[in-house]
Design a protein around this ligand. Sequence first.
Ligand SMILES: [Zn+2]
Length: 221
Amino acid sequence: MSYFRYIDNGEGPTKLFIGGVHGDEGKHVLPLIKLLSREDFSKGQIYIYNFDKTPYVSTIHKEFYQSEQGKKILNLIDYYKPDFYTELHSYNIRHFKKLTSMDRLDSQGIPPLIDCGQYVLCSSVSPLIRRKHFTKADICQTLEFPTFRGDDLKLSDDELYEKYEFNYDASVEEYMSFLRLITLSKNRDDFEKRVLKDYKKQADLALKYVKIIYGLDFPRY
Ligand SMILES: [Zn+2]
């Protein structure tokens, strides 16, 4: 069953979190969402959705936003008009190199995802919705958690460490630490400060990528 949680933390920014955006990603990110407690959030109105399995269509293709699931998400965005919008995704660890490579710009016309450490990736949201459904002042972020498919599912924790240097707990810690930057931030300035303190390298890359797709006069988040 899909998951929904509303936290009324009084007056403050509206924050919308969406897990299970497409495919079966919801089952991988729900345990992470459940690690968040009320104290992890700033003041404001917090809405968290995590969806059950839906057909997998990439959010960089317009077909996604024409699908039932895509329309549902757009409706939530347009309804809540969040100051902070965060998509909680998961990805196949085998695609790490492809997703973080500059080749993505040539092959798909979108910038690579940014490596935050421990296979956790971050980026803005799909260019198909960033400008049309949000203002420049809004903070839009995507977070990706590593998962396994195919033969990798048969490997033990030790074997996964040997093959990928993957450590589940370390990835969870990294994912949660980035997620808490978003949940705790009081506003855009506060978020920028927190990111520059802990993720300066990633912020520099985000700026480089945003200039490529949106030009100079656009915020990196
Ligand atoms: Zn995804």
